[in-house]
Design a binder for this molecule. Structure first.
Ligand code: FES
Length: 116
């Protein structure tokens, strides 16, 4: 696993159903969520940037995740806020899939600061 030194194990691919975000707890940090869109996996912060909602309890609609509290949305691929009241981008982490395991570089997340 030489390429995975800075990558953290997140989940097994088989545990992530398409369209059904999975909340993951990593020791020492706020929860994250892994999302499967077709055959691609994305790892994002689980907490909405508008409030304390868990996005893994929200719906996935056309590549976006909808917050269960006030129905704000984020682009899952970029983290950009796409629907009010969300205006601050969500952090999206680089992902690597190796065999049947999803890894993410949790120290290398990026936000797409795109205003709504
Ligand atoms: S807490 Fe997510 S939209 Fe308000």
């Amino acid at each position: 696993m030489s390429n995975s030194k800075s990558m953290t194990f997140i989940a097994r691919t088989g545990d992530v159903e398409p369209g059904c975000p999975l909340q993951v707890h990593i020791s020492g940090r706020p929860p994250i969520a892994v999302v499967r869109l077709a055959d691609e996996f994305f790892v994002i912060n689980d907490t909405c940037t508008h409030g304390e909602a868990s996005l893994s309890e929200g719906d996935i609609i056309d590549g976006e995740i909808e917050c269960p509290f006030h129905s704000g949305r984020f682009d899952i691929r970029t983290g950009a806020a796409t629907m009010f009241p969300c205006v601050k981008a969500l952090t999206v982490y680089p992902v690597k899939v190796e065999d049947d395991q999803v890894f993410a570089a949790l120290d290398a997340g990026a936000c797409a600061d795109t205003p709504v």
